[in-house]
Design a protein. Structure first.
Length: 229
Protein backbone atom coordinates (compact mmCIF):
# COMPACT_ATOMS: atom_id res chain seq x y z
CA UNK A 1 0.00 0.00 0.00
CA UNK A 2 2.76 2.41 0.89
CA UNK A 3 4.55 1.66 -2.38
CA UNK A 4 1.40 2.35 -4.36
CA UNK A 5 1.01 5.61 -2.48
CA UNK A 6 4.59 6.65 -3.32
CA UNK A 7 4.13 5.73 -6.98
CA UNK A 8 0.95 7.76 -7.08
CA UNK A 9 2.66 10.72 -5.47
CA UNK A 10 5.48 10.59 -8.04
CA UNK A 11 2.94 10.47 -10.87
CA UNK A 12 1.09 13.47 -9.46
CA UNK A 13 4.16 15.57 -8.55
CA UNK A 14 6.65 14.54 -11.24
CA UNK A 15 6.95 18.10 -12.51
CA UNK A 16 7.78 19.38 -9.01
CA UNK A 17 10.44 16.66 -8.59
CA UNK A 18 12.09 17.38 -11.94
CA UNK A 19 11.94 21.19 -11.81
CA UNK A 20 14.86 21.78 -9.35
CA UNK A 21 16.97 19.15 -11.17
CA UNK A 22 16.25 20.87 -14.50
CA UNK A 23 17.26 24.25 -13.04
CA UNK A 24 20.46 22.70 -11.66
CA UNK A 25 21.20 21.12 -15.06
CA UNK A 26 20.77 24.45 -16.85
CA UNK A 27 23.04 26.21 -14.35
CA UNK A 28 25.74 23.55 -14.68
CA UNK A 29 25.75 23.32 -18.50
CA UNK A 30 28.76 25.71 -18.75
CA UNK A 31 30.67 23.37 -16.38
CA UNK A 32 30.02 20.15 -18.31
CA UNK A 33 33.02 20.77 -20.56
CA UNK A 34 35.31 20.94 -17.52
CA UNK A 35 33.77 17.70 -16.22
CA UNK A 36 34.29 15.84 -19.51
CA UNK A 37 37.71 17.33 -20.25
CA UNK A 38 39.03 18.84 -17.01
CA UNK A 39 41.84 21.41 -17.34
CA UNK A 40 45.34 20.18 -16.54
CA UNK A 41 47.29 22.12 -13.91
CA UNK A 42 50.88 21.64 -12.80
CA UNK A 43 52.83 21.80 -9.56
CA UNK A 44 56.44 21.75 -8.45
CA UNK A 45 58.24 21.46 -5.14
CA UNK A 46 61.87 22.24 -4.30
CA UNK A 47 63.61 21.65 -0.95
CA UNK A 48 66.42 23.89 0.31
CA UNK A 49 68.95 24.29 3.06
CA UNK A 50 70.01 27.71 4.32
CA UNK A 51 73.02 28.57 6.43
CA UNK A 52 75.85 31.00 7.15
CA UNK A 53 79.16 29.24 7.64
CA UNK A 54 81.25 30.90 10.36
CA UNK A 55 84.97 31.44 9.91
CA UNK A 56 87.62 30.27 12.32
CA UNK A 57 88.35 33.88 13.33
CA UNK A 58 84.84 34.70 14.58
CA UNK A 59 84.01 31.15 15.75
CA UNK A 60 87.03 29.89 17.70
CA UNK A 61 85.32 27.14 19.73
CA UNK A 62 83.88 23.81 18.64
CA UNK A 63 80.41 24.93 19.76
CA UNK A 64 80.68 28.04 17.60
CA UNK A 65 81.72 25.97 14.60
CA UNK A 66 79.13 23.15 14.94
CA UNK A 67 76.13 23.60 17.22
CA UNK A 68 75.46 27.31 16.68
CA UNK A 69 75.52 27.09 12.84
CA UNK A 70 72.98 24.26 12.93
CA UNK A 71 70.76 26.24 15.29
CA UNK A 72 71.12 29.37 13.15
CA UNK A 73 70.22 27.30 10.10
CA UNK A 74 66.88 26.38 11.66
CA UNK A 75 66.11 30.03 12.35
CA UNK A 76 67.08 30.99 8.80
CA UNK A 77 64.96 28.22 7.29
CA UNK A 78 61.88 29.13 9.35
CA UNK A 79 62.11 32.81 8.42
CA UNK A 80 62.87 32.22 4.76
CA UNK A 81 59.94 29.80 4.53
CA UNK A 82 57.68 32.51 5.94
CA UNK A 83 59.12 35.05 3.49
CA UNK A 84 58.11 32.80 0.57
CA UNK A 85 54.43 33.41 1.40
CA UNK A 86 54.68 37.22 1.37
CA UNK A 87 53.90 39.91 -1.22
CA UNK A 88 57.54 40.96 -1.39
CA UNK A 89 58.68 37.47 -2.39
CA UNK A 90 55.97 37.25 -5.07
CA UNK A 91 57.01 40.67 -6.41
CA UNK A 92 60.65 39.58 -6.57
CA UNK A 93 59.67 36.47 -8.58
CA UNK A 94 57.52 38.59 -10.88
CA UNK A 95 60.39 41.04 -11.41
CA UNK A 96 62.78 38.15 -12.14
CA UNK A 97 60.39 36.71 -14.72
CA UNK A 98 60.06 40.16 -16.28
CA UNK A 99 63.78 40.16 -17.04
CA UNK A 100 63.20 36.90 -18.96
CA UNK A 101 60.38 38.35 -21.03
CA UNK A 102 57.59 36.73 -18.99
CA UNK A 103 54.86 38.94 -17.55
CA UNK A 104 53.22 37.24 -14.56
CA UNK A 105 51.45 39.26 -11.87
CA UNK A 106 52.69 39.08 -8.30
CA UNK A 107 49.13 38.47 -7.06
CA UNK A 108 48.78 35.36 -9.22
CA UNK A 109 52.15 34.08 -8.03
CA UNK A 110 51.33 34.60 -4.36
CA UNK A 111 48.03 32.75 -4.77
CA UNK A 112 49.83 29.71 -6.24
CA UNK A 113 52.88 29.64 -3.96
CA UNK A 114 53.22 28.15 -0.51
CA UNK A 115 56.04 26.81 1.65
CA UNK A 116 56.90 24.58 4.57
CA UNK A 117 59.84 23.98 6.89
CA UNK A 118 61.11 21.23 9.16
CA UNK A 119 64.34 21.54 11.13
CA UNK A 120 66.95 22.82 8.68
CA UNK A 121 65.02 22.00 5.50
CA UNK A 122 62.51 24.30 3.84
CA UNK A 123 60.29 23.54 0.85
CA UNK A 124 58.94 25.84 -1.84
CA UNK A 125 55.75 24.81 -3.69
CA UNK A 126 53.88 26.02 -6.71
CA UNK A 127 50.61 24.28 -5.89
CA UNK A 128 48.68 24.73 -9.15
CA UNK A 129 49.57 26.55 -12.37
CA UNK A 130 47.97 26.22 -15.80
CA UNK A 131 51.14 26.42 -17.91
CA UNK A 132 53.81 23.73 -17.53
CA UNK A 133 56.69 25.88 -18.85
CA UNK A 134 55.72 28.85 -16.65
CA UNK A 135 55.55 26.57 -13.60
CA UNK A 136 59.21 25.65 -14.07
CA UNK A 137 60.19 29.28 -14.72
CA UNK A 138 58.48 30.37 -11.47
CA UNK A 139 60.38 27.69 -9.51
CA UNK A 140 63.70 28.71 -11.08
CA UNK A 141 62.98 32.38 -10.38
CA UNK A 142 62.18 31.51 -6.75
CA UNK A 143 65.54 29.72 -6.43
CA UNK A 144 67.31 32.80 -7.80
CA UNK A 145 65.44 35.16 -5.45
CA UNK A 146 66.17 32.99 -2.40
CA UNK A 147 69.86 32.81 -3.20
CA UNK A 148 70.45 36.45 -4.17
CA UNK A 149 67.82 38.59 -2.41
CA UNK A 150 67.60 37.20 1.12
CA UNK A 151 70.04 39.73 2.64
CA UNK A 152 67.90 42.62 1.32
CA UNK A 153 64.99 41.49 3.52
CA UNK A 154 66.81 40.10 6.55
CA UNK A 155 69.25 42.49 8.17
CA UNK A 156 70.25 39.69 10.55
CA UNK A 157 72.35 38.17 7.77
CA UNK A 158 74.49 41.30 7.65
CA UNK A 159 76.70 41.94 4.66
CA UNK A 160 77.02 38.22 3.91
CA UNK A 161 73.73 36.71 2.69
CA UNK A 162 72.61 33.27 3.78
CA UNK A 163 73.80 30.44 1.56
CA UNK A 164 70.65 28.85 0.13
CA UNK A 165 71.20 25.48 -1.59
CA UNK A 166 68.44 23.70 -3.55
CA UNK A 167 68.29 19.98 -2.80
CA UNK A 168 65.99 19.14 -5.73
CA UNK A 169 65.76 20.02 -9.39
CA UNK A 170 62.47 21.82 -10.18
CA UNK A 171 60.58 18.91 -11.74
CA UNK A 172 57.06 19.85 -12.84
CA UNK A 173 54.29 17.27 -12.40
CA UNK A 174 50.57 17.33 -13.32
CA UNK A 175 48.13 18.04 -10.49
CA UNK A 176 45.36 15.42 -10.04
CA UNK A 177 41.99 16.83 -11.06
CA UNK A 178 39.86 17.46 -7.92
CA UNK A 179 36.77 15.28 -7.58
CA UNK A 180 34.67 18.43 -7.21
CA UNK A 181 35.63 19.45 -10.76
CA UNK A 182 34.90 16.00 -12.21
CA UNK A 183 31.64 15.24 -10.43
CA UNK A 184 30.48 18.67 -9.23
CA UNK A 185 27.92 19.20 -12.05
CA UNK A 186 26.50 15.69 -11.60
CA UNK A 187 26.20 16.17 -7.84
CA UNK A 188 24.28 19.41 -8.40
CA UNK A 189 21.72 17.61 -10.56
CA UNK A 190 21.40 14.83 -7.94
CA UNK A 191 20.95 17.48 -5.25
CA UNK A 192 18.26 19.09 -7.41
CA UNK A 193 16.42 15.74 -7.55
CA UNK A 194 16.68 15.42 -3.78
CA UNK A 195 15.26 18.93 -3.34
CA UNK A 196 12.47 18.09 -5.78
CA UNK A 197 11.55 14.97 -3.82
CA UNK A 198 11.50 16.97 -0.60
CA UNK A 199 9.22 19.57 -2.21
CA UNK A 200 6.93 16.81 -3.51
CA UNK A 201 6.63 15.26 -0.04
CA UNK A 202 5.93 18.69 1.45
CA UNK A 203 3.28 19.46 -1.16
CA UNK A 204 1.68 16.05 -0.58
CA UNK A 205 1.68 16.60 3.18
CA UNK A 206 -0.02 20.00 2.85
CA UNK A 207 -2.55 18.75 0.25
CA UNK A 208 -5.91 17.91 1.89
CA UNK A 209 -7.42 16.34 -1.22
CA UNK A 210 -9.01 12.90 -0.69
CA UNK A 211 -8.13 10.53 -3.52
CA UNK A 212 -8.84 6.97 -2.36
CA UNK A 213 -11.43 4.80 -0.61
CA UNK A 214 -8.98 4.10 2.24
CA UNK A 215 -8.58 7.82 2.95
CA UNK A 216 -12.38 8.20 3.25
CA UNK A 217 -12.66 5.17 5.55
CA UNK A 218 -9.77 6.53 7.67
CA UNK A 219 -12.05 9.49 8.49
CA UNK A 220 -14.70 7.11 9.90
CA UNK A 221 -17.03 7.50 6.93
CA UNK A 222 -18.70 4.77 4.88
CA UNK A 223 -18.24 4.63 1.15
CA UNK A 224 -21.54 4.06 -0.65
CA UNK A 225 -20.19 4.25 -4.18
CA UNK A 226 -17.10 4.79 -6.33
CA UNK A 227 -16.75 6.28 -9.81
CA UNK A 228 -13.91 4.50 -11.67
CA UNK A 229 -11.63 6.30 -14.06
Amino acid sequence: MELNYLIGMVKRRWWLILLPALVALILTLPLLGAMIRPPVNYSVGVRFTASQTPTAQNAPTFEDLSYIPWLASEYAVNNLATWMRTDSFAREISARLETQGKSVSADAIRAAVTSDSARSIMTFYVTSWADEAETKLIAEAAINVLQNKNAAYFAQFGAEPARVVPLDAPIVVPVPVPLAVRFGPLLRVVLGLAVGLALAFLAEYLDSTIRSRSEVEALGLKVIGEIPK
